[in-house]
Design a binder for this molecule. Sequence first.
Ligand code: BTN
Length: 272
Amino acid sequence: MEDDLRQESVKRWLRGRFGSPLRFYDEIGSTNDEAMRWATIEEAPEGAVVVTDHQIAGRGRWGRSWFSEPHTAIQFSLVLRPRMPVDVLGLLTTALGLACAEGVEIASGVRCGLKWPNDVVVSDRKLAGILVESRVTGHMMDVAIAGMGINVHPPSSEPPPDVSQRATSVLHEAGVQATGKRPQRAEILGWVLDSFERIYAYLGSGEGAAELIERATARSVVVGKDVVVRVADGSTFEGRAERLLPSGALEVLVDGEHRAVHVGEVAQLRAS
Ligand code: BTN
């Protein structure tokens, strides 16, 4: 299917200030690296976006790499200047996940879930991932780069079984869920940026953050489940995911005690 992601097609679908100015690359190392360079060396304003058809050195969380075939995914990084304390980074990631789920749903009709802290999933298969990186002065976030990778088209060849069991794409799920919609990448990107801009506008206020947590909880595939959590040093523990906290942290009940997990990931979901 013809899906032309380029400067003009992306611009056609932009609604607000996020996405302007825009730099499009047919191929790049990592959009996060380019956006950070643009923001810190060339003073790119909040809302600036770097988007590419293909990354050759895409990065995921915890030093993992992020790989997509050319012409299949949306890979972009948004420059933010949040003027917020660095401890709201978790909330920013939650906001991006919610915006991705909502934007993908508006464009394609695909109902998406959120797997704390940064995965957008359908039937426990990953549809999109988020990587937020920041530069901090003192206690405040000076620049935050919000990077997102969304699988839109299935890969051209059958991936190895372990990958196909873990990953999915918007158009595959649109077929499974019979939504009748087949959006192009630029359209999905436009809706995701629009959704995020609306959420971001209220992030600084207590009420906005509370509403965000409520909407993210409604989509969470983790809250209320028995989980295995992996923390930054690689160790794991088991417990019951109780709720998302106002900071975006996950509260887990472990041996009768509540533990707030700020940095980590849900390694496993247990049937409960
Ligand atoms: C993860 O799931 O671990 C996060 C994946 C984030 C991938 C995106 S693609 C656009 C941006 N540029 C990068 O190098 N990474 C993010």
